[in-house]
Design a protein around this ligand. Structure first.
Ligand SMILES: [Zn+2]
Length: 452
C-alpha cells in the first residue's frame, strides 16, 4: 500500500500547489489579447534613418536596410507566402536591388522565404554562422528519431492546424494568430558566406555591419550591430515576451548561461534601437535595460534553480521554489506570453541533471495503468474516482479533474466520460493561460481527443 499512498500525497500536494497559483480566468486571456494587438499589428516601422522593420507580417519580423545602391534584408520569415507580403511592403519604399541577406539563425521562421527575395535576380550574398542549421527542415528533422511527435507537438504549440484565428488562437506567442503559410519552410536558400567564431565586419552599399557570434536560443545565433546608426538586431535571444528557454514542442537543452552571456555581450553596445527577432523594436535607454533585464532573469533562474536542486528539490517542487523578483516580473518584456518560468525551471533541471529527479522511488515506478487501478481500488472503486472527477469539474478544479480523468482513461469503465471531462478541462485551462503556446497546446490537444 505504500506506493499508492505516497502517490496520493504527491497528487494532492501537486493540486494544492496548483491551487495557490491559479488566477481568475479571463485576466490572462485579456493580457494575451492585448499583447497580440500591441506586438503583432501589421505594419512597417521606420527605425533610424534607413532601416525598416516589417512586424505582424509573419511569424518573425523581417528587416530592410537601405544603402547607397542597394538594400540588405535581415531574416526572411517562415514561408514563401509571408515573404511575398514582406517584399511587397518593402517595395513600396524602395526599388533598390537586394545586395545581401543575413540570417540571424537557422530556425524555420527566419530563413524560409529567401527564394522570394533571390527571385528578383540581384544575386545577393547570403550571410550566416557556419553552423547554421534548420532543425525543422525535412532533411534535418528526420535525423531526429522522434521527429513525428516533434512535428505533432509543433502543430499543437503554434496552433498551426485546426484553431480559429483570433477567437481560439490569440497568437503564436511570438507572432500573430493569422499568417500566410503558403510554402511553409520551402524557400530556404543556403548561405554563400559564413563565419563561426570570429566576428564579421562587412560594408554593403555603403552601410557598415558588425556580426557577432551569439549562442543562446540556438547555437547558430548571431546578432547584427550597425555602428553608425546604433541599431542592434538581436535575433531570437531577445523579444518582448518571456524567453522560450524551453519550447513545449520539445527541444534539446538551450544552455541558459551561454544565452545570458550573449545578452550580456549585447548590453555592451550603446544601442539606440533594438530590433528583436519577434515583436516590435524598442528605442532609447530602455533597449539596453531590456537586454540587461532579460540577462538577469535568465541568470536568476539558473542561480535559484541550482540552489533548490542542491537542497535536493525535485522539478515539481522547484517550480514553486523559483519565482522571479518583482523588479523583473513587472517588466513588460518578461511577461510569460511565450515561455514561462515554470517550464524554464524544469528545463534547467533536465538539461543539467537529466530525467531522474533523484528520488529512488522514481527509478522503476509503478506503470501508470497499474497505479490508476491500485488507486481506484484503494479509493473504493473506479466509481469513486469518477465522482471525484465530476466534483472537481463542478468546483472548477480543472487541473485535478484532468489528473483524475487521465487515470480513468487508462481504465476501461469510464473511459468515454473521462475523455469528455479532459476535453472540458483542457478548454477551461486554455482560457487561464498567459502563455499563448500553452493555450494553443491545450486547445489543439482537446481537438485531437474529440476526433478520436
Ligand atoms: Zn524565431
Amino acid at each position: 500500500m505504500r506506493a499508492p499512498l505516497s502517490f496520493l500525497v504527491a497528487a494532492f500536494s501537486m493540486f494544492f500547489i496548483g491551487a495557490t497559483t491559479n488566477v481568475i480566468a479571463g485576466e490572462n486571456l485579456d493580457a494575451m489579447k492585448e499583447h497580440a494587438a500591441k506586438m503583432f499589428k501589421k505594419e512597417v516601422l521606420k527605425v533610424g534613418d534607413n532601416v525598416y522593420v516589417a512586424v505582424g507580417h509573419a511569424a518573425s519580423v523581417a528587416s530592410m536596410i537601405i544603402g547607397d545602391d542597394g538594400v540588405i534584408i535581415i531574416d526572411t520569415t517562415q514561408s514563401i507566402g509571408s515573404a511575398e507580403g514582406v517584399l511587397e511592403s518593402f517595395r513600396k519604399i524602395t526599388d533598390k536591388p537586394i545586395k545581401a541577406i543575413i540570417y540571424t539563425h537557422g530556425h524555420r521562421d527566419h530563413i524560409s522565404g529567401t527564394s522570394v527575395f533571390t527571385a528578383e535576380g540581384s544575386n545577393p550574398e547570403i550571410i550566416a554562422r557556419s553552423n547554421l542549421i534548420n532543425p525543422l527542415d525535412d532533411k534535418n528533422l528526420k535525423k531526429v528519431g522522434p521527429y513525428k511527435i516533434l512535428q505533432k507537438r509543433t502543430i499543437r504549440q503554434y496552433g498551426i492546424k485546426g484553431l480559429e484565428p483570433h477567437t481560439e488562437k490569440v497568437s503564436m506567442g511570438l507572432g500573430p494568430a493569422s499568417i500566410n503559410n503558403k510554402g511553409l519552410g520551402k524557400g530556404f536558400v543556403a548561405p554563400t558566406r559564413t563565419f563561426f567564431d570570429d566576428n564579421m565586419e562587412i560594408t554593403v552599399s555603403g552601410v557598415k555591419f558588425e556580426l557577432y557570434k551569439a549562442p543562446g536560443e540556438t547555437n547558430d545565433q548571431l546578432f547584427v550591430w550597425m555602428p553608425e546608426e546604433k541599431i542592434l538586431f538581436s535575433g531570437d535571444n531577445f523579444y518582448q515576451t518571456f524567453p522560450n528557454l524551453y519550447a513545449i514542442r520539445g527541444t534539446v537543452y538551450r544552455d541558459f548561461s551561454v544565452w545570458a552571456d550573449s545578452l550580456d555581450h549585447m548590453t555592451q553596445f550603446p544601442i539606440e534601437h533594438l530590433v528583436p527577432g519577434h515583436t516590435r523594436p524598442i528605442s532609447g535607454p530602455e533597449a539596453n535595460q531590456a537586454l540587461a533585464d532579460y540577462r538577469d532573469a535568465i541568470r536568476y533562474i539558473v542561480e535559484k534553480t541550482a540552489e533548490g536542486m542542491n537542497k535536493g528539490l525535485t522539478p515539481d517542487e522547484l517550480v514553486s521554489y523559483v519565482t522571479l523578483p518583482k523588479n523583473l516580473t513587472e517588466k513588460y518584456y518578461l511577461n510569460e506570453f511565450l515561455g514561462t518560468v515554470d517550464w524554464s525551471v524544469r528545463a534547467y533541471f533536465a538539461g543539467t541533471l537529466g530525467w531522474f529527479d533523484g528520488n529512488p522511488t522514481h527509478l522503476f515506478p509503478t506503470v501508470p495503468r497499474e497505479k490508476a487501478q491500485r488507486l481506484a481500488n484503494m479509493a473504493g472503486g473506479e466509481k469513486v474516482l469518477f465522482e471525484n472527477m465530476n466534483k472537481a469539474v463542478s468546483d472548477k478544479e480543472f487541473q485535478w479533474a484532468m489528473e483524475l480523468a487521465d487515470m480513468l482513461m487508462l481504465l476501461e469503465k469510464y473511459k468515454k466520460e473521462a475523455t469528455a471531462v479532459k476535453i472540458t478541462a483542457l478548454k477551461a485551462l486554455a482560457d487561464q493561460q498567459r502563455s499563448a503556446i500553452g493555450r494553443n497546446y491545450y486547445l489543439v490537444y482537446a481537438k485531437e481527443l474529440a476526433a478520436e
